[in-house]
Design a protein around this ligand. Structure first.
Ligand SMILES: [Zn+2]
Length: 307
């Protein structure tokens, strides 16, 4: 009997979509664990995105942008953006923060299930999924090639504002044409888990020791998570801070993928100030693998330290 996984492997991944996929390199399955109180927090790679360098800050001075990218080790017209998915283990729960890109977004991404299985984690044992937002690289891994749930036994959570934005009948009128596919994909994946999904409001505790922070701008209902308390807390940023140099040293630059650019700038500045003051550890979905570090003050600005 041919099982589904053999079939999937034979079918290969379905390449997508507009963005160039050269500069591909083999997916790393490297993961990294830390203890936060009674929680074990680990990041797993979903592979990486391959993006035009200019998207990181289309309106910034080109020479300054090139210098910032170079400072992050990114040379050339295409840059690789890592994908770090966070797993929180509480003893009772196995909670994933976002689910990766799935098979339909980019051939360099969609490796999360493979990364989990390599580490001996059964996708069927994931109990909860918390989405930071509904962009393809965070949510399209909800369903697999066969439109079956990748994490069939989980309860799903998304912010109410995010759900309302993507599920609105007129969502396409609020997006540039090149991002209409984002809405189609968000609806396909969110509808697939509707029966087991709860909408949540930021500003309160979702589960014991896990607080939901409002970090809008990248998308209208974007959230981040604070795990644990006080200085020990670790903040899972999602895409509130996406680049190790640009987001920290040039927070006012506006990446192409921020849907509400001014709001995203305000969120970044508030967040950087808070994180540097509280000295919290952070995990960034697109920060260098494994995504972990801290925010330090540098003159009047900030700096990412991969600690
Ligand atoms: Zn992202």
């Amino acid at each position: 009997m041919i099982d589904r996984r053999t079939l999937l492997a034979a079918a290969g991944t379905t390449a997508l979509l507009g963005w160039p996929a050269h500069a591909a390199k083999p997916a790393s399955t490297k993961s990294s664990s830390i203890k936060v109180g009674s929680f074990k927090v680990t990041t797993f790679t979903d592979g990486h995105l391959s993006l035009p360098a200019s998207m990181s800050a289309p309106k910034a001075d080109a020479a300054a942008r090139t210098a910032a990218l170079k400072a992050a080790g990114q040379h050339g017209a295409t840059v690789a953006s890592p994908l770090n998915v966070t797993l929180i283990e509480t003893g009772k729960d196995k909670i994933l923060v976002d689910v990766g890109s799935g098979p339909r977004f980019m051939e360099t991404a969609g490796k999360l299930v493979e990364s989990l299985e390599t580490a001996g984690i059964d996708p069927e044992k994931i109990t909860k999924i918390i989405y930071t937002h509904a962009h393809p690289d965070h949510i399209w891994g909800t369903v697999n090639d066969f439109d079956e749930l990748s994490f069939p036994n989980a309860a799903y959570y998304i912010s109410e504002a995010e759900w309302n934005f993507w599920m609105a009948k007129d969502v396409l009128t609020k997006l540039p044409k090149e991002n209409h596919g984002f809405a189609v994909g968000a609806q396909r994946n969110l509808k697939a888990v509707k029966a087991q999904l709860t909408t949540i409001k930021p500003g309160k505790e979702l589960l014991p020791g896990i607080n939901v922070l409002s970090t809008p701008g990248h998308t209208p209902g974007h959230i981040s998570l604070e795990i644990g308390s006080d200085k020990e807390a670790i903040v899972v940023l999602g895409d509130a801070l996406t680049h190790p140099v640009i987001s920290f040293e040039h927070p006012n630059w506006q990446p192409a993928n921020d849907q509400q650019p001014d709001k995203a700038v305000a969120t970044r500045n508030q967040l950087l100030d808070k994180l540097a003051t509280d000295n919290n550890r952070i995990i960034g979905y697109h920060l260098p693998v494994p995504g972990l570090g801290i925010v330090e003050r540098q003159g009047t600005g900030f700096k990412f330290n991969q600690a």
